[in-house]
Write a protein that binds this ligand. Structure first.
Ligand code: AMP
Length: 403
């Protein structure tokens, strides 16, 4: 199937060609026709499937002939990064259409956003909190809204943003087309769907398992040796860009610093960083000047870097969904990727769940020449994230310093 089948306007096809898309992805094949018919839609798809273009292209097609300067499409995103990337995709695909979009999120000047909004905007990609601020101030007017997209709804719920999303929804009283994308369907999202979508079409891409283009390996290791193992693995493995996931913000910073001190082009990305630092980290990672990005799950949401060859789970994710989302950063659209997961004795139950999800035993690897018996240094904080606040003396060698 080709993009010609959808009969997009030539100015939109120019955007498709400029981004180098040749064939639509499965989520695009299934979603674009019903969205173009004006139907509400639930898209059950993980990141990396091409879901952004699946809603952006029909939105551009719908908005192209109508009036300008009114906000006619709103995409609600859980993170600043995702809002930025959605806006970027919209700008690139819609470059020849003359439609204008902006991203709106907190942590940056509201004045600047207000000035841009006044200049005439048709599409907003924004985070719910800052959107509400603008709505309350009257600087965003949604009375002409035609299409509403709630993107990564499950993550929005995880991050506690559902009340703000509901706040935004209360400001859109008239009928509009509503599209909701989510990798999973927790009960709260199901309830939201029932309340705000009318006779929706449901489109599901694959089961909620990681892409087949990713291979998975477990590296059993003691907690205090994780950073040393990571450095050795990075030295001995041929990689492009690498995304390393840790469970806590503090650990994200520490691991990135340790890698940078060891000479790796590494930086961190976590939610407590000021926006300019987050943006610099992402820009560097996208441009390739930063090769290793150490991030928390939430901060990494929406990272769209095609050359990620490896995802390293420095800490085991909390759920199989989180694993799928992390791994969705590599092996994107036909590329191969590798997922390495460091496991300690505490992760046994999660390993079993992952093996159930992947329907096969996961390969256990050891790195040749690595000293797995090295004792923990006395002064290092070797507390595992799950042992928070507990003093654990195990195996006769663990000395915990709680920081
Ligand atoms: P998404 O799932 O929206 O985050 O998209 C993942 C990546 O796939 C992004 O880099 C998109 O630019 C890219 N992409 C989307 N649609 C296509 C397509 N039809 N062909 C090739 N790449 C695509």
């Amino acid at each position: 199937m080709s993009f010609e089948t959808f009969n997009f306007h030539p100015s939109i096809m120019a955007g498709v060609r400029a981004l180098g898309y040749v064939r639509p992805t499965p989520i695009q094949i299934q979603s674009i026709p019903p969205i173009m018919e004006g139907r509400d839609l639930i898209g059950l798809a993980q990141t990396g499937t091409g879901k952004t273009a699946a809603f952006v292209l029909p939105i551009l097609q719908r908005l192209l002939p109508g009036p300008r300067d009114d906000v006619r499409a709103l995409i609600i995103s859980p993170t600043r990064e995702l809002a930025e990337q959605t806006c970027e995709t919209t700008n690139e695909l819609g470059k020849q259409t003359g439609l204008r979009s902006i991203s709106i999120y907190g942590g940056v000047s509201m004045e600047q956003q207000t000035r841009r909004l006044r200049s005439g905007i048709e599409i907003i990609a924004g985070c719910p909190g800052r959107l509400l601020d603008h709505l309350w101030k009257g600087t965003v007017d949604l009375s002409h809204l035609e299409v509403l997209v709630i993107d990564e709804a499950d993550r929005m719920f995880d991050m506690g943003f559902l009340p703000s999303v509901r706040g935004v929804l209360e400001c859109i009283i008239h009928s509009r087309q509503t599209l909701l994308f989510s990798a999973t369907m927790p009960n709260d999202i199901r309830r939201l769907v029932q309340e705000i979508l009318h006779d929706p079409v449901t489109v599901q891409i694959g089961c909620m398992a990681p892409a087949a283009t990713v291979s998975h390996a477990l590296y059993p290791v003691k907690q205090h040796l994780k950073t040393s193992l990571l450095k050795e693995l990075l030295r001995s493995t041929k990689t492009e860009s690498v995304l390393v996931f840790t469970r806590t913000k503090h650990r994200t910073e520490r691991v990135a610093q340790q890698l940078a001190r060891a000479g790796f082009r590494a930086t961190s990305l976590q939610g407590d960083m000021p926006q300019y630092r987050r943006q610099a980290a992402l820009d560097g990672f996208r441009a390739g000047s930063v090769k290793i990005l150490v991030a928390t799950d939430i901060a990494a949401r929406g990272i769209d870097v095609l050359d990620i060859s490896h995802v390293v789970n420095y800490d085991m994710p909390d759920s199989t969904d989180a694993y799928t989302n992390r791994i969705g950063r590599t092996g994107r659209i036909g590329k191969n990727g590798e997922a390495f997961t460091f496991v300690t004795g505490e992760d046994t139950a999660m390993v079993r769940e992952l093996e159930r999800l992947l329907k096969k035993p996961l390969e256990r690897r050891t790195l040749q020449g690595f000293d797995y018996a090295k004792p923990a240094p006395d002064n290092e904080n070797i507390r595992s994230p799950r042992q928070s606040g507990r003093r654990a003396v195990r195996n006769g060698w663990v000395k915990v310093t709680v920081t």
